[in-house]
Design a protein. Structure first.
Lengths: 113, 115
């Protein structure tokens, strides 16, 4: 069965510092991979997605993610974090034969002034 | 802009009550989804629908049912609410055409407390 692991429950970074959020997936074929962000009191918003082509994907709000098949990873990065990036981040994998998304447990990002 | 709205942001119900959560989308999406979000567990799919009157069970359908009478509206029903159904409920929608890589658009969520 497919699964998604986000090993970090919480991450704290200083404003202006770089950020990397980890995501590992378990899936036999080429996965459909997503990063969503949930700001406090809000629904989820798509940051970026990957399903084929260039393994480095650019998203909104200055985020990027890199698909590494050999490591079964799809880590999210941002070179300089802003206080408004404080939120919960979810990695998800899509099933090839349906519309289901399997979500990780999320990583809560805290930003120090 | 895609808009997915949910009928209530907060809801308090008593054990045994029948609860309706409503979701409406304005983008003519074929697919609609209901998720439950719990701390440390991420989002788990309860049910989804790919057409009017069509539905498929997700990963945790027990204790829930759904209704889709119109394309833009997808309702989640708790037939007899229990305390273990206290949670955040998120609705989402997407187009059918591109398959799994279609973006799902989420509503703001309904936080349900069952006493």
């Amino acid at each position: 069965a497919q699964s998604v692991t986000q090993p970090d429950i919480h991450i704290t970074v200083s404003e202006g510092a770089s950020l990397e959020l980890r995501c590992n997936y378990s899936y036999g074929a080429t996965p459909y991979l997503f990063w969503y962000v949930q700001s406090p009191g809000q629904g989820l918003q798509l940051l970026l997605k990957y399903f084929s082509g260039d393994t480095l994907v650019q998203g909104i709000k200055g985020f990027e993610a890199e698909f590494k098949r050999s490591q079964s990873s799809f880590n999210l990065r941002k070179p300089s974090v802003h206080w408004s990036d404080a939120a919960e981040y979810f990695c998800a994998v899509g099933e090839d034969s349906s519309y289901k998304l399997i979500f990780g447990s999320g990583t809560r990002l805290l930003v120090r002034p | 802009d895609v808009k997915v709205t949910q009928s209530s942001r907060y809801l308090v119900k008593r054990t045994g009550e029948k609860v309706f959560l409503e979701c409406v989308q304005d983008m003519d999406h074929e697919n609609m989804f209901w998720y439950r979000q719990d701390p440390g567990l991420g989002l788990r799919l309860i049910y989804f629908s790919y057409d009017v009157k069509m539905k498929e069970k997700g990963d945790i359908p027990e204790g829930y049912s759904v209704s889709r009478e119109k394309k833009e509206r997808f309702s989640l029903i708790l037939e007899s609410a229990s305390t273990n159904q206290t949670s955040m409920y998120l609705c989402a929608s997407s187009f059918l055409s591109q398959g799994p890589q279609e973006t799902q658009y989420f509503g703001p969520g309904t936080r349900l407390l069952v006493l």
